[in-house]
Ligand binder design. Structure first.
Ligand code: FAD
Ligand code: NA7
Length: 640
């Protein structure tokens, strides 16, 4: 059966016409239903007299009145003794005669008004958080103090820079220390932190190189684009770039252009800080005490800076491979700036970074193997992770399942021989370790300020970004439990600056953060994975809508083979609230961003399918979801 039914709250209000309490309850729920037409429907049962009402409620028939039926259906004993007007209940339908559809008893007028208050209020956790924030531990900051700065920020990455500019805008005197310790392989970079130098930005550009390459190989000829001298001449008229005649991929060109773009961004960040009147110092900081850091620059010159408040935003660094010869592996700190073509690559690790790197390297025609210790993409939706793995295999990425490297050694000049826990071995030009990241706290001198780190990941615990030492705060990748994502660090940094210097009480909201994994088949997601939703809410309480589809842009390219897109919505069966959305297909980040807003607003499945789609897009597939897993129907999409 195709299941398109969406649950919205249907509230029934029964009472007699002249009863003021009945009229009051009915008018409040009616107003709410006007405000939330997709979420609330009201059914009024108005009796002309008190007698008629009581006959219906208490006496009618041999089985008793309506209140007895409600008690029998939902087991609420209070309903059984109820005598006044109104009598309000919730049901799955607007049919008052169908007792089987009753889901809950609400009560009389006051109970109904309470129910309405809860319905209309934001989740109580948000309200409570704002109150708690206002009561954060006092940190001793006063506008007039004798320290060098109101706020000293350790780390000029995504979070540190955002916080610094916001605090300066609010009138604080701010300094940022940013210093890059070279990677074990010797890579260094400029201002801006992980995202811009060795993370999101080079990764996305190289992913784009892979997509272009894939499109060139798979789609171009089917779109009638053959590279002829005539076409080249046409292009020459518009652009100086006439190198369309070959699919060969130049690592040097790609790497140089990516690195040049990054250097441009490093420069812009420095200018931006100057314009916003934030002091930037290219120095490494470590604590001397709760109001002083020692600084050291690249020449080894030492100094010290005092501050009223400090924000630790030092991010994380890749965890090195610890087996014998592990130092021969590079990490994501090095891969985007390798001087030589990476050649045949082994990616160790099977999560976000390893799979993204394996994906783009394969896309630019490298021989790539992934060493998987256990599963792909732990923590993400299992069904989607498996579809990504299947797609990568079909694209030529090799997987060694259930192994870890036990030894790396240099052989035959520059080759690296890797022995795996299975006893097998192979030789590679490059070994990329992507087995997780740890907080960059080793040399911060945290012991001098009484802050401890989680021994498992070297990260710092905090409540509302405040550490155990009240005038020292922490945001971004180095905060224990914080999702390792750039926009999270930015948002948390701005929100904290507003609370510290702008009188705000708004906490950072870490729930329902949407993200995208830029594997060759891109994966956008927000909210619960299917497994996590089942574990938390129970399978019987969920509707899982799913659909396979062929993105239009792939549909005239037989070389795309059986490749398909996929989308899935995990929905609370009773409230219709969307708990998780998952999308596999082109432009996953662009598709998912708007749904992130919808999720933040607490959207229901009906809100999504009632949204008129944009045609022809892949994002519109969400608006056409109708098949639940429970129904057993084929989830393959029909044409438009
Ligand atoms: P960082 O950006 O790491 O900045 C910390 C800065 O502090 C660094 O410059 C560091 O050198 C400096 N520092 C450290 N110690 C000191 C000290 N003692 N004194 C002075 N300075 C110091 N996120 C996304 O949202 N989307 C993506 O697509 C994405 N892709 C990624 C791909 C890769 C390969 C990687 C590694 C990460 C990716 N991320 C992505 C994650 C994202 O880059 C991080 O979440 C983000 O950069 C964290 O920002 P931050 O401010 O916490 O720290
Ligand atoms: P993650 O998400 O912490 O994943 C680490 C991966 O490495 C995961 O597949 C692990 O397998 C694997 N792993 C961990 N330790 C080892 C060892 N010792 N040997 C082999 N494989 C290992 O880290 P990422 O680097 O992918 O991403 C970190 C964040 O950066 C990410 O959230 C992005 O937002 C940016 P496991 O599943 O534990 O068996």
């Amino acid at each position: 059966m195709t299941n398109t039914a969406v649950t919205k709250s249907i509230i029934h209000v029964a009472g007699y016409k002249s009863c003021g309490f009945y009229r009051r309850a009915a008018s409040v729920v009616a107003s709410l239903s006007i405000l939330f037409p997709n979420k609330l429907q009201v059914v009024e049962h108005e009796f002309t007299s008190r007698e008629e009402y009581r006959e219906w409620l208490i006496n009618s028939g041999s089985d008793g009145g309506f209140r007895d039926k409600v008690t029998n259906k939902v087991g609420n004993l209070r309903a059984n003794t109820f005598t006044s007007s109104p009598f309000c209940w919730l049901a799955n339908t607007s049919d008052s005669n169908n007792v089987d559809d009753i889901t809950d008893f609400i009560g009389g007028c006051d109970d109904t008004l309470d129910w309405c208050r809860n319905f209309a209020q934001p989740p109580s956790s948000t309200v409570q958080k704002e109150e708690e924030i206002a009561n954060m531990v006092p940190d001793g900051h006063t506008p007039s103090h004798s320290y060098d700065y109101d706020l000293l920020i350790l780390g000029g990455g995504s979070g540190g820079l955002a916080a610094s500019k916001e605090a300066a805008r609010l009138g604080a005197r701010v300094a940022v220390l940013d210093y890059v310790k070279p990677s074990p392989a010797g890579s260094k970079w400029g201002l801006g932190g992980t995202c811009v130098n060795v993370g999101c930005i080079p990764k996305k550009l190289m992913h784009n190189a892979a997509l272009l390459s894939e499109g060139y190989v798979k789609d171009q000829s089917h779109y009638g684009i053959g590279v002829t001298s005539e076409l080249e001449e046409q292009w020459m008229g518009m652009s100086q770039d006439n190198d369309h005649s070959t699919t060969s991929q130049s690592w040097e060109t790609l790497k140089n252009n990516v690195q040049n773009h990054i250097r441009g961004l490093n420069f812009k960040y420095r200018v931006d800080l100057r314009e916003k009147e934030v002091t930037y110092l290219n120095q490494l900081g470590s604590f001397i005490d709760e109001h002083t850091v020692e600084t050291i620059d690249k020449k080894g010159t030492k100094g010290s800076i005092t501050f009223s408040r400090c924000l630790i935003a030092v991010g994380g660094r890749p965890t090195p491979i610890s087996c014998e010869g592990g130092e021969l592996a590079v990490s994501s700190d090095d891969i985007f700036s390798l001087d030589t073509d990476p050649g045949k690559v082994l990616c160790v690790g099977a999560s976000y970074i390893s799979l993204e790197c394996a994906g783009f390297l394969r896309g630019i025609c490298k021989d790539v193997t992934v060493a998987v210790r256990s599963i792909l993409l732990r923590g993400f939706d299992r069904e989607c992770a498996d579809l990504i793995g299947g797609h990568m295999k079909s694209e030529g990425v090799k997987f060694r399942e259930g192994v870890v490297p036990t030894k790396l050694e240099k052989v035959n000049g520059d080759k690296i021989k890797v022995t795996f826990s299975s006893g097998e071995s192979d030789e590679y030009d490059t070994v990329l370790g992507a087995i997780g990241r740890s907080g960059d706290t080793g040399k911060l001198g945290l012991d001098k300020v009484g802050i401890q780190v989680n021994p498992k990941n070297s990260k710092i615990a905090a409540k509302y970004e405040q550490t155990s030492t009240p005038n020292i705060y922490v945001i971004g990748d180095v905060m224990d439990g914080c999702p390792e994502l750039t926009p999270v660090a930015i948002h948390a940094g701005k929100a904290l600056a507003r609370r510290l210097f702008g009188g705000s009480t708004l906490p950072m909201d870490y729930r329902n953060i949407c993200t995208t994994v830029f594997t060759p088949l891109e994966y956008g997601t927000v909210g619960y994975s299917e497994d996590d939703a089942i574990a938390e809410f129970g399978k019987e309480n969920l509707d899982i809508y799913h659909k396979y589809f062929v993105p239009l842009e792939w549909s005239i390219s037989p070389s795309r083979g059986e490749h398909q897109g996929f989308c899935k919505a995990i929905v609370d069966k009773h409230t219709g609230k969307v708990l998780g959305l998952h999308y596999l297909g082109p432009n996953a980040g662009e598709v998912m961003q708007g749904f992130g807003t919808a999720m933040k607003l607490g959207c229901t499945f009906e809100d999504i399918i009632e949204t008129v789609g944009i045609h022809p897009t892949t994002a519109e597939e969400f608006t056409t979801l109708s098949i639940t897993k429970e129904s057993g129907e084929d989830a393959a999409a029909a044409g438009c």
